[in-house]
Design a protein around this ligand. Structure first.
Ligand code: AMP
Ligand code: ZN
Length: 267
C-alpha cells in the first residue's frame, strides 16, 4: 500500500479528530487497511471498528499514544500506528508474558484488562481468526478446545459460577471467548452497554455458537440496529430478573446477590 504522508490528516468523515475533508479512497484501519494519515490513531476512521465500538461503549477514547508519537515524529508514522491501534490490543496482550495466564499450541488465555467481574479471562486462538464471522465447521475442534480450557480455568475459582461466550459484535480484533464470573462485581463494569453485552442475546454462549456452526456452518450475523436495540435493553438482574432503573442501583443489587452467595458457600 502506498500512502501519501504529506496529506493533512485525512480522517473518514465521521472521525472527530480533524474537520474532515472528504478525500479519495484511502483505506481505513490497519486490520481492514486503515488510513494511517489520520490522527485518530486508526480506530475512529475505520468504519467497521467505529460502528462496533459504538455498539458497545458510550464514549470514544482516542489512541493518544499513537497521536502523540505521530505529532512527535511525523516522518515515521507508519510503524507506531500499526502497533498501537487500540482494537489490536489483544494481539499485543497475547504476546505479553505479564498478561498471559495459560497457553498451549492452539490458544492463549489472558486476563481481561478491564475486567467486568471478579474473574474475567479471554481465550484467544493463535490462529488468525478476526471474529466469529470468520468461523466455519473446520473451526469446531478449536471452539471446543477454547471452551474446555475456559472451563478448566473457571474450576480454579470453585466459589464462582462462570459464563462462557462471545459478543455478537466484538470490538477487539482476534476471536476471543469471554470466561467471566457471573458476579459482575467490578469497578470496570460501568455502563448499560457493558451490562447488556453480557446479559442479553448479544452474548452468545460458547455452546450455542458451537451448535449454530455445526448446524449452519457459520455464525449468525447481527445487524447494527439489532445490536443497538440489545444495548438499549432496560437493566434487568440476570439472577432474579428484577428491573433496575440505573447502573448504581443495579450494581448495589448485584452486591446483595454476591454477599448471599458468599455467605452460602462459607456455611
Ligand atoms: P469485545 O467487546 O468482545 O471485543 O471485548 C473486548 C474485551 O477486551 C473487553 O472485555 C475489554 O475489557 C478487553 N480489553 C480491551 N483492551 C484490552 C487489552 N489491551 N488487554 C486485555 N483485554 C483488553
Ligand atoms: Zn437480582
Amino acid at each position: 500500500m502506498n500512502f501519501n504522508y504529506n496529506y493533512a490528516p485525512t480522517p473518514a468523515p465521521w472521525c472527530g479528530y480533524t474537520n474532515s475533508v472528504s478525500l479519495p479512497n484511502i483505506p481505513h484501519c490497519w486490520h481492514h487497511s486503515y488510513n494511517p494519515a489520520c490522527f485518530c490513531g486508526g480506530w475512529e476512521c475505520c468504519p467497521e471498528q467505529y460502528s462496533q465500538y459504538y455498539s458497545h461503549y458510550s464514549a470514544p477514547y482516542p489512541n493518544t499514544d499513537a497521536m502523540k508519537r505521530r505529532s512527535e515524529n511525523s516522518n515515521n508514522v507508519e510503524e507506531p500506528a500499526k502497533k498501537t491501534f487500540w482494537a489490536a490490543g489483544l494481539l499485543a496482550a497475547m504476546e505479553d508474558p505479564q498478561c498471559i495466564v495459560k497457553q498451549d499450541d492452539k490458544i492463549v488465555i489472558i486476563q481481561d484488562k478491564y475486567p467486568k467481574a471478579e474473574f474475567h479471562y479471554l481465550v484467544l486462538p493463535r490462529e488468525d481468526i478476526s471474529s466469529i464471522n470468520k468461523l466455519n465447521r473446520e473451526h469446531l475442534p478449536l471452539l471446543e478446545h477454547m471452551e474446555a480450557v475456559g472451563q478448566e480455568i473457571a474450576k480454579e475459582h470453585p466459589n464462582h459460577k462462570f459464563q462462557f461466550g462471545y459478543h455478537a459484535l466484538a470490538s477487539m480484533i482476534r476471536l476471543h471467548l469471554h470466561v467471566i464470573s457471573d458476579d459482575f462485581n467490578s469497578l470496570s463494569l460501568k455502563t448499560k452497554k457493558h451490562w447488556n453485552s453480557f446479559t442479553t442475546s448479544f452474548f452468545i454462549s460458547s455452546q450455542d455458537l458451537i451448535e449454530i456452526i455445526k448446524r449452519d456452518g457459520k455464525a449468525k450475523e447481527i445487524s447494527r440496529s439489532h445490536a443497538k436495540e440489545l444495548m438499549d435493553t432496560p437493566l434487568k438482574c440476570h439472577k432474579c430478573k428484577m428491573m433496575l432503573s440505573n447502573m448504581p442501583k443495579l450494581k448495589q443489587h448485584l452486591l446483595v446477590h454476591r454477599l448471599k452467595e458468599k455467605h452460602a458457600t462459607e456455611k
